[in-house]
Write a protein that binds this ligand. Structure first.
Ligand SMILES: Cc1ncc(COP(=O)(O)O)c(C=O)c1O
Length: 380
């Protein structure tokens, strides 16, 4: 990687210098379904947008450069990315996943992946010994860090060592910190997943998802799967994500600053029983996140004293929006039990600590004082 991350957010590693062709500073949106051939066997390199489109290709190169991967594949959503990645596995293959995951991933694993013959075991990667679950059919380890929504921090290098020793793929969903704060491939992961809808796109205006890897076999399989299943990101959406990524470092610095303010405020409020933010020095994941990431992000989960308080907050926010999603410039508050984790069986939700008193906050770029005043008004 020749450029630092702020520069890579604008140009990737500079593989495509569209500027040299037309002078356009903003990468063009190639809004076309197909591409003309100059003659038999004389493709321009682009044949049909499901296979590849220059705007998507440029975005993929930028994202690959941000994660330090050799390839990235852009999908129509984070779930489309995970679904496509799971096509690399065969019926009978076994995958070990962490217990605390985005509800959509749990729904995919329990309803689609199992139907397709995959065996899924969900364990607590913080407390359980993974070795006892690994057998000859085990092919991969999958986790998020920090996790959605309980903000558990999982040691990437530790599981990279386990994965290498047993020849498993280590798949890390890096949505919550983004490549600005954390690069799992550099810590030994084989595949990184993103819901690009979140910090990468960053404006709560488009969905997208990514699979990034530096494993040549996965690279080849993913290119084949993407063109076959057809869930690649459309040109206009690719352009929106490209534009969003340009300000990733600026947004994340500001979002993190605001997150610290709000996390401290919440911690001092008597109606708040617990604040899950890995930036606190006494949080359980602090040492690990310090070791493996360059920041703590802007996601905060907190537990209030009663369901009534939870409802009161959700129904009285004005500047902050009661909406699902995260990572954008607007601050959002989410109620995992009825939103992101509504389809997760209750016993699993409760085991992971997701009660009806848990709220999740994705802190945006507003003026920090305005956010505090919003909380003062809502909690008063
Ligand atoms: C950690 C994580 N992974 C994956 C997804 C799925 O992404 P998308 O909503 O873009 O399909 C989400 C969505 O909230 C998420 O939080």
């Amino acid at each position: 990687m020749s450029y630092e991350i702020e520069t890579r957010c604008l140009y990737g590693n500079g593989e495509i210098f569209e500027k040299e062709l037309t002078g356009a500073i903003s990468f063009p949106i190639y809004q076309t379904a197909t591409f003309a051939h100059k003659g038999v066997g004389r493709s321009t390199g682009y044949d049909y947008t499901r296979l590849q489109n220059p705007t998507r290709e440029h975005l993929e190169q930028v994202v690959a450069s941000l994660e330090g991967g050799t390839s990235a594949f852009a999908f129509s959503s984070g779930m489309a990315a995970i679904t496509a990645l799971f096509e690399v596995f065969q019926p009978g293959d076994h995958i070990i996943a962490d217990e605390d995951l985005y509800g959509g991933s749990i729904r995919l694993f329990d309803n689609i992946s199992r139907k397709n013959g995959l065996k899924l075991t969900r364990i607590n990667l913080l407390t359980e010994d993974i070795e006892q679950y690994i057998d000859s059919s085990t092919k991969a380890i999958f986790f998020e860090t920090p996790t959605n929504p309980m903000m558990n921090v999982i040691d990437i290098a530790k599981y990279a060592e386990v994965a290498k020793r047993h020849k498993l793929l280590l798949i890390v969903d890096n949505t919550f910190l983004s490549p600005y704060f954390q690069n799992p491939l550099s810590l030994g992961a084989d595949v990184v997943i993103h819901s690009g809808t979140k910090f990468l796109a960053g404006h709560n205006d488009t969905l997208s998802g990514f699979v990034v890897t530096n494993n040549p076999e996965i690279e080849e399989r993913m290119a084949f799967i993407l063109k076959t299943v057809g869930s690649g990101l459309a040109p206009f959406d690719s352009w929106l994500v490209l534009r969003g990524i340009k300000t990733l470092p600026l947004r994340l610095e500001r979002q993190q600053e605001n997150a610290f303010l709000l996390a401290k405020w919440l911690r001092d409020n008597p109606r708040v029983k617990k604040v899950y933010y890995p930036g606190f020095e006494d949080s359980p994941g602090y040492e690990v996140i310090k070791k493996q990431a360059s920041g703590f992000g802007s996601m905060i989960t907190f537990e209030v004293d009663s369901v009534d308080t939870a409802y009161h907050i959700l129904e009285n926010v004005r500047l902050i929006h009661f909406a699902e999603s995260l990572g954008g410039v607007e601050t959002l508050i989410t109620y995992p039990v009825t939103q992101t984790h509504a389809d997760v069986p209750e016993e699993i939700r409760l085991k992971n600590g997701i009660t009806d008193r848990i709220l999740r906050l994705s802190v945006g770029v507003e003026n920090g004082r305005d956010l505090i005043e919003e909380f003062e008004r809502v909690f008063a």
